[in-house]
Design a protein around this ligand. Sequence first.
Ligand SMILES: Nc1ncnc2c1ncn2[C@@H]1O[C@H](COP(=O)(O)OP(=O)(O)OP(=O)(O)O)[C@@H](O)[C@H]1O
Length: 229
Amino acid sequence: MNNYVLEARSISKSYILGSACIEVLSKLSVRFEEGLFFTIQGASGSGKTTLLQLLGGLEKPDKGYILYRGENILQLSAKELAKWRAETIGFVFQSYHLLPELSALENIELPALIIGKGNQKKAMELLEAVGLEKRANHRPNELSGGEQQRVAIARALRNDPPVILADEPTGNLDGETGKQIIHLLLSIQKEKNKTLILVTHEREIATLGDKQLLLSHGKITEIESKFST
Ligand SMILES: Nc1ncnc2c1ncn2[C@@H]1O[C@H](COP(=O)(O)OP(=O)(O)OP(=O)(O)O)[C@@H](O)[C@H]1O
């Protein structure tokens, strides 16, 4: 048994645009070890978001496999896949994706309700962990961008998933707030031994990764590792 929590094996993904077929990912293979922090860089349009969506089971590749602890998730039924996703993956997006009509606390509670394990006390503990205990009843439009992203991080952690996929989580934030969000994500990742896979355009953030990956021409290469000899 290896310690890879997530793996893409020879995946390809194309999009049809009009009469053109654009191959975004081409026989790409990559493996993610448990408890490490991975950063993914790549030019705009290189397929970073597409890759995260495939790894998180939001989309399916045209070819290849996505393995979670050695099991191919593409074999799961739609219902099983939704359950797997809710229990296994925490998503953090650039634009937060909070539900505007729900309070901060209710947004955090949502993933637990989906798998029938609601417990507002736990949601409140997470709100405290991200420093927003006083904003429990505030709706997203009453919170700053950085605060909304903190709520989104708490939501991503609600079901205690082993993997967090973060797509440009600081993209809409000023430099200082962005740094705070990265440090929050990293402290949680280290403390709880999560696998964090983070897409970023910012070199300063990318260099924090235990392993730095580059997506280019449909393939992934490792450009730096803190474990290299
Ligand atoms: N649903 C879709 N339908 C058609 N084309 C798509 C779709 N999603 C992505 N693409 C195309 O696939 C390519 C990769 O997109 P993707 O969003 O994965 O890139 P990215 O590296 O995340 O880009 P950015 O850094 O600008 O966010 C782009 O050319 C995009 O236009």
